[in-house]
Design a protein around this ligand. Structure first.
Ligand SMILES: [Zn+2]
Length: 269
């Protein structure tokens, strides 16, 4: 399924090798970097799904899959979240983009129209089926995330899938035909039973776990009592902004970015 061979790529290009959510990197003074193509060639590992993901600082970057997770010489597989702060912001965003492409390729081996095996072309980030011409774009799933304020308190909730004691913001997926603002109201009503008002856009963030774009909002409580759905949410409550429970604690979290911005505004009041 891959028309790209590692050996045919510019030796000075770089490659992000993924094993699930972990990526191979090398520690350098003051941070980390990804291996060059010539370094990847020297590794005795099978590489698949090689795809061009972009050019940064005049260097081409590719992403690919590997099945091993062993430590290779001075290269280490680390969760993508651990790379935050180890590489600069643009490189980190490129890493998120790379993971998104790899997740997509892993689940799209055949054309959805004719069943033909798909083939990746060099420097193309969508795939045109060589049999029927159908163009396959990477899937991007929009999801909302919202911080709800009531006086000096914030509504935080727990999903049954969260680590113990961790609380975060309400989030959910956009339905077909739905306005994003309607989705925010619906998800809040469904998951915690309250009505909200004054919904304001905060910002967005790529979230390739596996293929989302997170669209962030801040809203105010309007009416109703908390009533959790006991399915997606197992606990929810109002927490004083100066006495929060355990919230996502590493900087990859977009929820944490929204909460931190609210704390910053509060501090400057
Ligand atoms: Zn096809």
């Amino acid at each position: 399924m891959n028309d790209i061979s590692i050996n045919a790529l510019n030796k000075n290009s770089y490659c992000l090798l993924f094993n699930k959510d972990k990526v191979l990197s090398k520690k350098i003074l003051g941070g980390s970097r990804f291996p060059s193509i010539s370094e990847v060639e020297k590794l005795d590992i099978n590489v698949s799904n090689i795809i061009y993901i972009g050019t940064l600082n005049e260097d081409d970057y590719y992403a690919a899959n590997v099945l091993t997770e062993k430590i290779i010489k001075d290269l280490f597989f680390r969760h993508i979240g651990e790379m935050y702060g180890e590489i600069d912001e643009n490189m980190f965003l490129l890493t998120l983009r790379a993971l998104h492409f790899i997740n997509w390729l892993n689940k799209n081996k055949y054309c959805s129209c004719c069943g033909n095996k798909i083939q990746i072309k060099p420097k193309e980030t969508n795939i045109k089926c060589s049999n029927c011409g159908h163009i396959i774009y990477p899937r991007i799933t929009p999801a909302i995330i919202v911080a709800i304020l009531k006086d000096d308190k914030i509504l935080l909730a727990r999903s049954p899938h969260f680590p113990p004691k961790l609380y975060s913001l309400i989030s959910g997926h956009l339905d077909p035909g739905e306005f994003v603002e309607t989705c925010v109201r619906r998800e809040v009503k469904e998951e915690v039973g309250i009505n909200i008002k004054n919904i304001r856009y905060f910002g967005s963030h790529p979230w390739p776990f596996p293929n989302k774009i997170m669209i962030g909002f801040i809203a105010e409580y309007s009416s109703g009592e908390i009533e959790i759905d006991n399915n997606e949410i197992e606990a929810a409550d109002w927490f004083p902004l100066d006495d929060l429970p355990h919230i996502p604690d590493y900087n990859l979290s977009f929820a944490r970015k929204i909460i931190d911005s609210l704390l910053e505004v509060r501090k400057n009041k």
